[in-house]
Ligand binder design. Structure first.
Ligand SMILES: [Cu+2]
Length: 119
């Protein structure tokens, strides 16, 4: 009789012990999320027309097409190149394909650019 009573007591003890373990488990799963935060800063592909190139500053002014991924309408804006060297790859008037990624200051940096040869 006493032995049988021990079993539910042990089970209760085990369950109460697994409680905190599960909580830690859940917290750990949540902590994994920042590791996938690169998906919150994806590379965005876009197209547009180069309006001007500032080789010295590594800046382009681009009349870019709508970018649905960012909910951006078509507009003319400045872009900083991730690497100034890319300024030599395009010139004013070029239709271009480019990729950009949000930089540390929150502005988008162009990470690659090439003429689009649209026609
Ligand atoms: Cu824009």
């Amino acid at each position: 009789m006493k032995r049988l009573l021990l079993v539910p007591t042990l089970l209760a003890a085990l369950i109460s012990m697994s409680g905190p373990t599960l909580a830690v488990e859940a917290k750990h799963d949540h902590a994994v999320a920042p590791a996938t935060s690169s998906t919150t800063n994806p590379t965005i592909a876009a197209t547009g027309t180069v309006k001007s190139v500032d080789v010295a500053k590594g800046k382009l002014v681009i009349d870019h097409d709508p970018i649905p991924a960012l909910n951006w309408p078509r507009m003319v804006m400045d872009f900083q190149l991730a690497d100034k060297v890319m300024a030599g790859q395009v010139k004013a008037g070029d239709s271009v394909k480019f990729e950009m990624k949000k930089g540390q200051k929150g502005a988008y940096l162009i990470t690659s650019i090439q003429p689009a040869h649209a026609h």
